[in-house]
Design a protein around this ligand. Structure first.
Ligand code: AMP
Length: 281
């Protein structure tokens, strides 16, 4: 596996790889777990070469502490990628990634500023800009993103559509621990008590799916989830949203089309997000 620290090394490596087939890209911020590796497995199945990036992108963090405390473990990540069969990994520093007078941004104006985007202003602008840069640098045939970051996936699909970026975007289902907690690099920052309580997010989604038999309105279902998570004293509910699964537009009244439950819950100071698609009975 080729480890590329600079854009020039990456370009040279990709030119070689492209000669012998298609390229699938898995962008990550590292501290890899089975969720990331599921994206890698999907990429390996569909492409001649799978490549990855590990970059903790400063421009998508609103809070300096959150950026500083984001877990990193490059020395553990590289063997995982190598053993899986990844051909090359790009591991730039922020100085390599961004020109020091950089001023250009990419923003999906509506999608970036609602839901999690309202909770974390600037976050999705940072994501869209760095992913555009990665698409330009790698020029992959396909790129893989987790459904766990549901709004992020919607932002990237929208940006690719609107800017005619020639890449096929694939969404990959959320990988969970046995107790239902979605795998996340941030889970390592939970206290033992918070870790024990965190499966309530998924349990509430499963309970909401069961409640669908009673044909609740979106408002009733949202309240039900809010109340259930609220029974956990360590959980601070930031938002519970039930939205159209495709457009992420609000649903008022009965849920007649596939909908997505979007959760943002803080276990101080860690913000956990999760998602679950529900279908009307
Ligand atoms: P991150 O390193 O958190 O930026 O995540 C990199 C990619 O892995 C993103 O596309 C995430 O949505 C995806 N991902 C993170 N956690 C999971 C998970 N538990 N299951 C599936 N994909 C995931």
């Amino acid at each position: 596996m080729k480890i590329c620290h600079t854009k020039q090394e990456l370009r040279t490596t990709l030119t070689e790889l492209r000669r012998t087939g298609s390229i699938g890209l898995v962008p990550t911020m590292g501290y890899l777990h089975d969720g990331h590796m599921s994206l890698v497995q999907h990429a390996l199945q569909e492409n001649d070469h799978t490549v990855a990036s590990i970059f903790v992108n400063p421009t998508q963090f609103g809070n300096a502490d959150d950026l500083t405390n984001y877990p990193r473990a490059l020395e553990d990540d590289l063997p995982l990628l190598r053993e899986a069969g990844v051909a090359a990994v790009f591991t730039p520093t922020p100085d390599i990634m961004y020109h020091d007078a950089a001023q250009t941004i990419v923003e999906t104006t509506d999608l970036a500023n609602k839901l999690l985007g309202a909770l974390r202003p600037g976050h999705f602008r940072g994501v869209a800009t760095v992913v555009t840069k990665l698409f330009n640098l790698f020029q992959p045939d396909r790129a893989y993103f987790g459904e766990k970051d549901y709004q992020q996936l919607a932002v990237i699909r929208t940006m690719v559509r609107d800017l005619d970026i020639p890449v096929i975007v694939r969404g990959v289902p959320t990988v969970r621990h046995d107790d239902g907690l979605a795998m996340s690099s941030r889970n390592s920052r939970l206290s033992p008590d918070a870790r024990a309580a965190a499966p309530i997010l998924h349990q509430a989604c499963l309970a909401a799916q069961d409640r669908m038999a009673d044909r609740p309105s979106a408002e009733e279902l949202s309240q039900f989830i809010h109340d259930m998570i609220g029974t956990e004293p360590l959980a601070d509910v930031q938002s519970v949203d039930i939205r159209n699964a495709e457009t992420l537009e609000p649903i008022n009244g009965p849920i007649t089309q596939p909908a997505v439950i979007l959760l943002a819950i803080t276990f101080d100071p860690v913000l956990l997000i999760d998602q679950f698609v529900i279908t009307p009975n």
